[in-house]
Ligand binder design. Sequence first.
Ligand code: BDR
Ligand code: CA
Length: 315
Amino acid sequence: MKEATKQPIILDVDTGIDDAMAIAYAVRSPELELLGLTTCFGNVTVEEASRNSLQVLEQLDRDDIPVIPGAAEPLFRPPLKGKTVSVHGHNGLGDAELSEPKGAALDMHAAEFIVEQARKRPHEVTVIAVGTMTNMALAIMKDPEIVHLLKRVVIMGGAVTVPGNVTPHAEANIYADPEAAEFLFRSGVPITLVGLDVTMKTLLPRAELANWREKNTKLSRFMADITDYYMDSYTSFYPGILGCALHDPLAVGVVIDPTFVKTKPIHVQVDTEGIYSIGRTVGDLRARAEQEPNMDVCLEVDADRFLQHFLKRIV
Ligand code: BDR
Ligand code: CA
């Protein structure tokens, strides 16, 4: 595929095991041109997210792709949650033993990088945000015009029609910085929301870890090693579940092939004050909704076709 036909993307990550899968999927997809990985706090600290991102890029032999560190904490409040050790391990990559990365993150802020790329390539760049929404909010605060210059923001986050995963109502990426998410939702930038509504349906079956080990490539071994921990956490948190959720990879998949999902335009707000529902993504699902839709929400997914596509790229 010619460089000119590739879609330029920025992947905003809190690397994390499924973030690592999303990075590998993006790097190995010829439809995409990965401009950079911007990092934020979330599953791990922002420093760890940058280190892990560099390590993943080294496994992919793509240390030419820049890593740009961003937000270390929520915009306006003390953190609501700490690192997600129970899902991603102490180091964020399933406690796999990895050597320190040879490369370093850029001496630039993620928000600055997002603004720079949006200005450099107007109406072309898609940001795929699979961590907290803090870097995107900071970028828009820095240069509000980017809401008209970015092609789209594809968010892994929220739970519009299904339960949350950190609280009964809230999904982790939105809960980690609800004000940033609400600011982004109100900004006017075109948004596609890839929430738990669909990502809890795209499961990686445990048997695929054995297949990765059998394939025995540098990437498939690495993927199997980091995913063991994530798989075990899903099995213990969701009794009877048939695998672990491919949250962040699905957001990448939707950019490669939008027909993996069916979307509906909905007005969605974030509850930033609720006693029991802080971080909830509240969609106006009424037939006569009072406000114009502010995003396309993914409500259905062709899980099998997506999984096969993802697996074909992770070799
Ligand atoms: C999201 O939260 C993080 O733990 C995952 O990496 C994913 O982005 C799922 O709720
Ligand atoms: Ca993530």
